[in-house]
Design a protein around this ligand. Structure first.
Ligand SMILES: [Zn+2]
Length: 322
């Protein structure tokens, strides 16, 4: 089913902005199973870059929830909020190679109705600040602090085309100039961009396998490209379907009734949650109570790929929670 390879290093990389919801648990479960089935290692990284997410108490609760579910890790926790130095080093290298430039565009300018939009709805950067003169940069820096963007090759330059194979969603090909344009590596408030932090961390933590929600599939090309510039080999990517409400809306932190705080308070057993998610992912046929360990032997990416449509959290699903 899954070939043994103890060099596989997977990771959990949650953001402690609140309690985990079932969608987060699903990604963590598949990441754990994929690494454990190979006999590999799991690294835990707390993605608390944003000052609003830097709550040690919430991070502790999150780790408690993972342990309660039986999703153990071997290394970490590593906190992104403590790693500013390694991110700055990467930013300095990119700047030293002339690959970045300051961007002064406001949110409103970036979201102008005329801007072309990528498949995920985010605007493709028009290159407004690409060629500002040094004088202009000095003058505008006095008005507002700039963000930092990474220059991507023109659409007809093969260097800006990224191809990879996702373990569930198959072969993917993206032309950066069309999909996102020059993208942010540092925000105007000084916080390093998610894309850069993830690439630096995965490389330094020796992560070989990135398993996460399908909403991040569109980030892969940017991350692979950044990794190339920084001299890091691309990890293997496996994305998992999202959990959606019966009306098709994606579950989020707003669905408080399905977060682990509420489910635990209601007395729902961890085995019920794991069993319901495993059944929805096609890993078992209608299982009710299961531990992650009991699922290792039957795990395969072929099964995940065969059930890659979004998982609808309907009455039948909720009934499995008991
Ligand atoms: Zn700009």
């Amino acid at each position: 089913m899954v070939e043994k390879n103890p060099r596989v290093r997977g990771r959990f990389a949650p953001t402690p902005s609140g309690r985990m919801h079932l969608g987060n648990v699903f990604s963590a479960l598949v990441a754990w199973l994929s690494a454990r089935a190979a006999g590999g290692t799991v690294v835990l990284r707390i993605e608390d870059l944003d000052p609003r997410a830097q709550s040690r108490e919430r991070a502790d609760t999150l780790m408690g929830d993972l342990e309660w579910l039986g999703l153990t890790w071997d290394e970490g926790p590593f906190f992104q909020s403590e790693r500013a130095g390694v991110y700055q080093e990467a930013l300095d290298r990119l700047a030293g190679a002339g690959l970045t430039y300051p961007c002064f565009c406001s949110r409103a300018e970036l979201h102008a109705a005329t801007a072309p939009h990528a498949s995920d709805g985010t605007p493709v950067y028009a290159g407004t600040c690409r060629d500002l003169s040094a004088d202009e940069v000095v003058r505008r820096s006095a008005e507002r602090p700039p963000a930092t963007r990474l220059r991507v090759p023109e659409a007809d330059d093969p260097a800006g085309t990224v191809e990879f194979r996702d373990l569930a969603y198959g072969p993917r090909r993206e032309v950066l100039a069309r999909e996102c344009g020059d993208f942010l590596v540092r925000r105007s408030d000084g916080v390093v961009a998610y894309q850069l932090a993830v690439v630096v961390d995965d490389a330094l933590m020796g992560v070989t396998q990135v398993v996460r929600g399908r909403d991040l599939l569109g980030s892969c090309a940017r991350q692979i490209y950044l990794g190339r510039l920084l001299g890091h080999p691309a990890p293997q990517y496996g994305h998992v379907p999202l959990l959606v409400a019966p009306d098709g809306r994606r579950l989020s932190k707003r669905d408080r009734d399905l977060d682990l705080g509420v489910l635990r308070e209601r007395g729902v057993a961890p085995e019920r949650i794991v069993g319901a998610l495993a059944a929805a992912a096609g890993l078992v046929d209608g299982g009710t109570g299961l531990t992650p360990t009991e699922l290792v032997a039957s795990f395969s990416w072929e099964r995940i790929a065969a059930h890659r449509d979004d998982v609808v959290v309907d009455e039948a699903f909720l009934a499995r929670l008991g």
